[in-house]
Design a protein around this ligand. Sequence first.
Ligand SMILES: Nc1ncnc2c1ncn2[C@@H]1O[C@H](COP(=O)(O)OP(=O)(O)O)[C@@H](O)[C@H]1O
Ligand SMILES: [Mg+2]
Length: 377
Amino acid sequence: MAITRDDVLKALAGVTVDAAGTSLPASGRLSEIVIDPSGRVVFSIGIAPPEAKTFEAVRQAAEIAVLRLPGVKAALASLTAERGPGAGPAPRPAAPGGGPQGGPRPGPALPGVRHIVAVASGKGGVGKSTTACNLALALRAQGLKVGLLDADIYGPSVPKLFGLDRKPETINTPQGQRIVPLNGYGLAVMSIGFLIAADTAMIWRGPMVQSALTQLLREVAWGELDVLIVDMPPGTGDAQLTLAQATPLAGAVIVSTPQDLALIDARRAVTMFRRVEVPILGVVENMATFVCPHCGGTSHIFGHGGARHEAETLGVPFLGEVPLNMTIRESSDSGRPVVAVDPDGPQAAAYRAIAAALWANLSGGAGPRPAPRIVIE
Ligand SMILES: Nc1ncnc2c1ncn2[C@@H]1O[C@H](COP(=O)(O)OP(=O)(O)O)[C@@H](O)[C@H]1O
Ligand SMILES: [Mg+2]
């Protein structure tokens, strides 16, 4: 028999949120409840950030209550500090070194992860995932410990880029159950695509997306990482904004092609990150130059230099450019990223230069914000 929203609410009525015995459904903290046909129930519990610690027990109790329902295969509850309709940004815990005006603050830091870097673009199809994955591999080639989180919930591409389609394992840790990332050419790799069917996330609305992403970020055993690269969903809508706010980002890298339209979107992305006080670590121009594989002649199919110029106009660093190249496309499409399979080739060199510039911005002091030392247990 299909699970209904009422079944879930009834199960959650036994979970109390305070000493007065207020039930979770009565507390007004529940998000919408998404029940997918495979028996997976997803919802989130709204909290103010300082409540994270006390509400962890509620979150776990809620998952257990729902899991007990017949027909439920998995229950996924997460704590979210989100904005209500029309309300301002959710209150955030004070971050040492944060904005003096008490502006938007990052979520709690990820223990063991030094820098979280979002790779974003104003629009899809500009090569964001290709850049994120090869950039991560190029950082690793520098001797850094690197993770890659595919947060593009509507179009996860990391499973294909790395040729990975195994289900990750889970382990029990003192902090609770954790998902073990897969190993992709030496990177710790996690994608929503490893966990759910391709069409499931398409129907999720904003809060669900955020809830799933929070879990991907926090309930994965990332281990010790110098850098965690996050392949963000494309666009500059609410989902991206919330994600940028909820993640303790060191900064963002914006990928753009040289066309005017892509640049306008890239500008929007820069504006969005600035609004939430996430530093822009730099702009990458992708598909910049086409080198003809036959004659070696170069041409600029989408124009050239637009992103560099735009970066200058916006006053953000320009990290470098990646040529439009068949090897990059073919290697991506076959699950063998170019930096991993041809580390000394010209394409890898472009990514390595970008990685070096990014790392200089990250470790140079100007880039990362000090993350607040709050650990959810
Ligand atoms: N520099 C490049 N040269 C050739 N093909 C590229 C390049 N960058 C990306 N692509 C190809 O363009 C397509 C879209 O790239 P993708 O990284 O999936 O974009 P996004 O994540 O922005 O949607 C893919 O087929 C990818 O292989
Ligand atoms: Mg993508």
